[in-house]
Design a protein around this ligand. Structure first.
Ligand SMILES: [Ca+2]
Length: 218
């Protein structure tokens, strides 16, 4: 019972997070979770959804939050790349399907609480996989991550280029498929850009929906 309450609290706390323009991170929709589409399973048996393979989403691109919400409504979340194996597995599908770029769940901590000592300096230590609340290795540790060594202004990623040029901050992580002739690697990109996306099944959301809907096969 206690575990159940904690899970519900955790899911609701995240669901209530506010974003600019009053948009919210949306909670799962039980019927959507039950009917979620799995295109492929990775070796850990987690299911993945590739937006461009869905007939209804072919040619559709979403900003980072809308892409996350599409996944979350289905008990999934944007893909998190915690291991180099999973990273290579996802990248192989982007290359094979000739997709220019995708959103991941990666994001720079840029809200209340991000001044925690272990997250500073923010642009080095503040990156995390939002779907799993797991930190990325420091950006300076180039062996432990897959940031591109190139980009729009010829600098290694993350370069916050758009803000540097007077635009929005680049606080979300995309994989770009050789967009700057730099191979297939991670880039920091402004979150309002629209891209195809990859969803990954999310254990916390699945548990929450199973606990709260015991009669639904999810
Ligand atoms: Ca960038």
């Amino acid at each position: 019972m206690q575990a159940r309450s904690l899970i519900i609290l955790a899911v609701l706390a995240v669901a209530n997070a506010q974003f600019p323009n009053g948009r919210i991170l949306e909670p799962p929709v039980p019927s959507h979770c039950a009917n979620r589409v799995i295109h492929e399973r990775y070796s850990d048996n987690k299911g993945y959804f590739f937006s461009w393979r869905d007939p209804a989403l072919r040619g559709v691109e979403e900003d980072w939050l809308s892409a996350r919400n599409y996944c979350r409504q289905r008990c999934m979340d944007l893909v998190s790349l915690e291991t180099s194996d999973e990273n290579e597995w996802v990248k192989a599908r982007i290359v094979q399907d000739k997709v220019k770029y995708i959103w991941t769940s990666g994001r720079l901590c840029d809200f209340k609480g991000c001044n925690r000592p272990d997250l500073l300096p923010n642009e080095v230590n503040g990156w995390f996989w939002t779907a799993e609340l797991q930190k990325l290795a420091p950006t300076t540790n180039r062996q432990q991550n897959d940031w591109s060594e190139g980009g729009g202004i010829g600098k290694p990623q993350p370069d916050n280029r758009e803000q540097f040029q007077g635009g929005a901050a680049e606080h979300c992580v995309a994989i770009l498929n050789n967009f700057y002739n730099d191979g297939v690697h991670w880039h920091d990109v402004a979150c309002h850009h629209r891209k195809p996306f990859v969803c990954e099944e999310n254990d916390a959301l699945l548990k929450y929906v199973r606990y709260t809907n015991p009669n639904l096969r999810v």
